[in-house]
Design a protein around this ligand. Structure first.
Ligand SMILES: Nc1ncnc2c1ncn2[C@@H]1O[C@H](COP(=O)(O)OP(=O)(O)OP(=O)(O)O)[C@@H](O)[C@H]1O
Ligand SMILES: NCC(=O)N[C@@H]1O[C@H](COP(=O)([O-])[O-])[C@@H](O)[C@H]1O
Ligand SMILES: [Mg+2]
Length: 394
């Protein structure tokens, strides 16, 4: 039971991170009459544009994070990005605040080392081989040991920022530079991973709720430079591979615990399924569920975290998404081509409304449905290609 938003008896949800995924989470929370507060490192972030109110803070600053949470006293603290002072979240949880799914899950997944060691070393789940390095010298030693090609990533980063493939030992230094420039937090530690030649990769959305653990149909995706370009649902896979994927997802999400939706990233290979990483929150590739399922990943997350049942998840149709990414940096951009994009049959567009473009920044997504995944992918690509960004009036 709860009262109306802003009434004093409202259920209050505070989102840490306010991008395109948070925007949909807020919309779903508001559909259930929840009071919403959006927090991020910059003003007018997408979720701030739909929340009841917002705060701009450095979420990696423990004191600032604590101040906002103590002032707002939310019933639910919902991390939406990795780069948060998670030690503070653990303290706040000890003091009685609820962190989604748990403060420990957000600490373990905020850096690649925490989740990788949990999955590979404690749970015994198959992963790429890996090493960690804190300096260029250590990186060179790790690359020598691992062999090339290998993948190098800052331990704290997302959407492929700072990630590169080292194809030859001579590239190690350039990879180190890329990682130092691209990491979200000013940390110098990197992970060096064996390059997995997968046949395909999927996200298995896994929901932990009062109804138990449920899975959405697997989502296939294509990534470029570590960031997603297109996704589709369902991704065809054998019954055996799906069972293996669900087993890995259940193991990892059970170990992380709490209520909410997780995006479990897996590589499908001839030698079986490999765990890659997991988001303790809705996943970018899962945007497809906005058109393919009766309850989107955002609706499912909100239901689960409020303690409501998730009795069934129905996939309504094959669906696909295709992203629109900026190629220049400016605070003076316009987006066009919507007339043409929306003329593509069974297609929709989400324009995120980010105040600035940056090179590689995701600004919008096209979503399509069709009788087949191939057709849906084709339509989504066509709709996304119709969208145009203009920079500084050009
Ligand atoms: N060890 C690997 N072998 C082969 N490809 C890899 C490996 N690690 C990552 N990749 C590729 O790079 C993509 C991004 O990697 P990863 O998910 O680790 O980065 P990320 O920055 O956390 O991305 P996001 O936040 O968008 O999930 C993967 O989806 C995959 O396509
Ligand atoms: N892969 C994770 C992911 O897609 N996260 C989404 O991107 C936003 C950051 O975008 P920005 O870097 O453009 O500000 C995050 O806030 C989240 O919505
Ligand atoms: Mg990933």
């Amino acid at each position: 039971m709860y009262g109306a938003p802003l009434s004093g008896k409202a259920r209050k949800m505070l989102l840490l991170g306010s991008g395109e995924l948070g925007k949909e989470v807020i919309i779903e929370a508001q559909r259930l009459g929840v009071e919403t507060i959006a927090v991020d490192r910059y003003a007018n972030a997408p979720a701030m544009q739909v929340a009841h109110r917002s705060h701009v803070i450095n979420m990696l600053d423990a004191a600032e994070l604590r101040r906002v949470i103590e002032d707002e006293k939310p019933d639910l603290i919902v991390p939406e990005i990795e780069a948060i002072a998670t030690a503070t979240l653990e303290e706040l949880e000890q003091e009685g605040f609820r962190v989604i799914p748990t403060a420990r899950a957000s600490r373990l997944t905020m850096d690649r080392e925490g989740i990788r060691r949990l999955a590979a070393e404690e749970l015994g789940v198959p992963t790429a081989k890996y090493e960690f390095a804190d300096s260029l010298e250590e990186l060179k030693a790790a690359v020598e040991k691992m062999g090339t090609p290998c993948v190098i990533k800052p331990i704290m980063s997302s959407s492929g920022k700072g990630q590169s493939v080292c194809r030859d030992f001579s590239e190690a230094e350039a990879c180190w530079e890329t990682a130092m420039e691209g990491g979200r937090a000013k940390k110098t530690r990197v992970i060096v991973e064996e390059f997995i030649r997968f046949d395909s990769e999927i996200t298995l959305l896994t929901i932990r709720s009062v109804s138990g653990t449920s899975f959405c149909a697997p989502i296939g995706h294509v990534q470029k430079d570590g960031d997603y370009i297109e996704s589709w649902q369902p991704h065809f896979m054998s019954e055996a591979a799906l069972a293996e994927a669900q087993q890995i997802a259940a193991k990892v999400t059970d170990a992380l615990g709490g209520w909410g939706l997780y995006g479990v990233e897996l590589f499908l290979t001839g030698q079986g399924v490999y765990f890659s990483e997991v988001s303790p929150r809705p996943h970018d590739t899962g945007l497809v569920t906005l058109v393919s399922q009766d309850l989107s990943e955002f609706a499912l997350h909100v239901r689960a975290i409020l303690g409501f049942p998730v009795p069934t998840i129905r996939q309504l149709t094959p669906g696909a998404t295709h992203t629109l990414k900026a190629v220049q940096e400016t605070a003076d951009y316009t987006i066009g081509g919507l007339e043409e994009a929306l003329a593509v049959p069974n297609s929709q567009v989400r324009v995120f409304g980010k105040p600035e473009t940056k090179i590689g920044r995701r600004m919008a997504v096209a979503l399509s449905t069709a009788d087949t995944v191939d057709k849906a992918r084709e339509q989504a690509a066509q709709a996304a290609a119709a969208l145009r960004l203009e920079y500084d009036g050009r």
